[in-house]
Design a protein around this ligand. Structure first.
Ligand code: ATP
Ligand code: MN
Ligand code: MN
Length: 373
């Protein structure tokens, strides 16, 4: 009886890869606020503060109940003075005035609007803002603004791409891509990765990994796949990055660096009738169309790198970041989407499945559904 009067003490690791984080977030009031703070710091290129708020949000996502006070019951790592102050404000007043001030801030609003366009990053957004642009139309009409083809496609499909992709839509696209891939090679392997593999119901895009047991044929397969989508008339945009993969390169130290495998960033046309259960258009979007545009990413690693790429593309970003940090700081190993390098043994560690990589790192295996850090 005495024990039951005490709240359970939870000790959370400071590494997201040692925490279980489902899609169920009990601390949204804090994590939503932290995301605004992080974004605002990102816009100002304050990477340290941005990361601090992303880390804090990630910790709170792994607490399986609403945190009601800061202190004894839950020992939360990665919370600094500033993150705690924002939490205290929310606990006491139900909202954070600092966050509300940011949300009303002109510059924040504009940068948020500009970066919502596919192909426009914080740097371009900042440039437009400094040039006095206020609306998306300003950017389209300003003679001084030169849009690249990615940004042009981003503007063309802005409404559709800003709208979340549902799980049913992701599965429908999976079916279309799978059929197209099998039409090219009977050995083609296509798997859903990214947020939908982690069990999310909605996403900003759909991520796939494509490969084949035929050595060295994965990039050709990807190019043929894109070509097949084009011939089907559903390819609205393609930005292809050829492979620069070199088997002898050590894993990169910078997390943010892209991997070197062949990949395509696409915009595809998805017909309503292809989606199981039909499509619910949000209020005011009945423009007579029976299709929508969807952002799709496809990466094509060689089969022997499959496990590393699957692990890297499944995310979440915070989970990946901490996996790599854990490997480097705690195990003297370098991990990225290509492989795992043991600095002590001076050798690459092989892996056929994600489980092998967790085992090399001495980590308990976490299902994708628990990687929503
Ligand atoms: P969302 O629902 O918003 O799409 P997500 O977790 O799927 O969430 P993505 O931005 O699609 O987010 O990224 C999925 C994973 O793929 C992340 O772990 C990210 O690190 C990885 N990733 C995304 N783009 C690249 C890239 N160009 N090179 C390497 N890895 C990438
Ligand atoms: Mn995604
Ligand atoms: Mn993606």
């Amino acid at each position: 009886p005495e024990a039951s009067t005490h709240l359970p003490v939870v000790v959370l690791s400071r590494y997201a890869c040692q925490r279980r984080t489902s899609t169920e977030n009990h601390n949204e009031i804090f994590t939503d606020a932290f995301e605004v703070m992080a974004e605002s710091y990102e816009f100002s290129q304050c990477d340290g503060q941005c990361l601090a708020f992303r880390r804090a949000a990630s910790v709170l996502k792994s607490v399986p109940w609403p945190v009601e006070r800061l202190g004894a019951a839950t020992r939360l790592p990665c919370l600094g003075e500033h993150t705690r102050a924002v939490m205290e404000e929310i606990l006491q007043c139900g909202r954070s005035f600092e966050v509300e001030k940011i949300l009303c801030n002109d510059r924040y609003q504009r940068l948020k609007l500009f970066t919502s366009v596919f192909g426009v990053g914080p740097k371009t957004a900042e440039k437009w803002h400094r040039g006095g642009l206020r609306t998306l139309n300003d950017a389209l009409e300003d003679p001084g603004v030169e849009l690249n083809s990615m940004q042009k496609a981003g503007f063309r499909h802005h409404g559709d791409i800003s709208r979340a992709v549902s799980r049913a839509e992701a599965l429908a696209l999976g079916e279309i891509l799978h059929q197209a891939a099998l039409g090219i090679s009977a050995h083609a392997v296509l798997v859903l990765t990214g947020g939908f593999r982690r069990g999310k119901e909605f996403g900003h895009d759909v991520d796939f990994l494509l490969s084949t047991p035929e050595q060295g044929k994965e990039e050709t397969l990807l190019l043929s796949l894109v070509d097949s989508l084009r011939r089907q008339g559903i390819l609205l945009y393609c930005d292809h990055h050829p492979s620069t993969f070199d088997i002898n390169n050590l894993p990169g130290v910078s997390f943010e660096a892209m991997d070197h495998f062949a990949k395509s960033f696409l915009i595809l046309r998805l017909e309503d009738r292809q989606v199981e259960g039909g499509v619910q258009r949000p209020e005011g979007q009945h423009d007579g169309r029976s299709w929508r545009a969807v952002r799709v990413d496809v990466v094509a690693p060689p089969m022997e790198r499959y496990a590393f790429t699957l692990l890297g593309w499944t995310g979440s970003r915070q989970f990946e970041r901490d996996l790599r940090r854990f490997a480097r700081k705690e195990k003297r190993m370098l991990l990225d989407n290509h492989g795992l390098w043991d600095k002590t043994k001076k050798e690459f560690l092989p892996a056929e499945r994600e489980e092998d990589i967790f085992a090399h790192l001495g980590l308990e295996y976490l299902e994708p559904q628990l990687r929503n850090a």
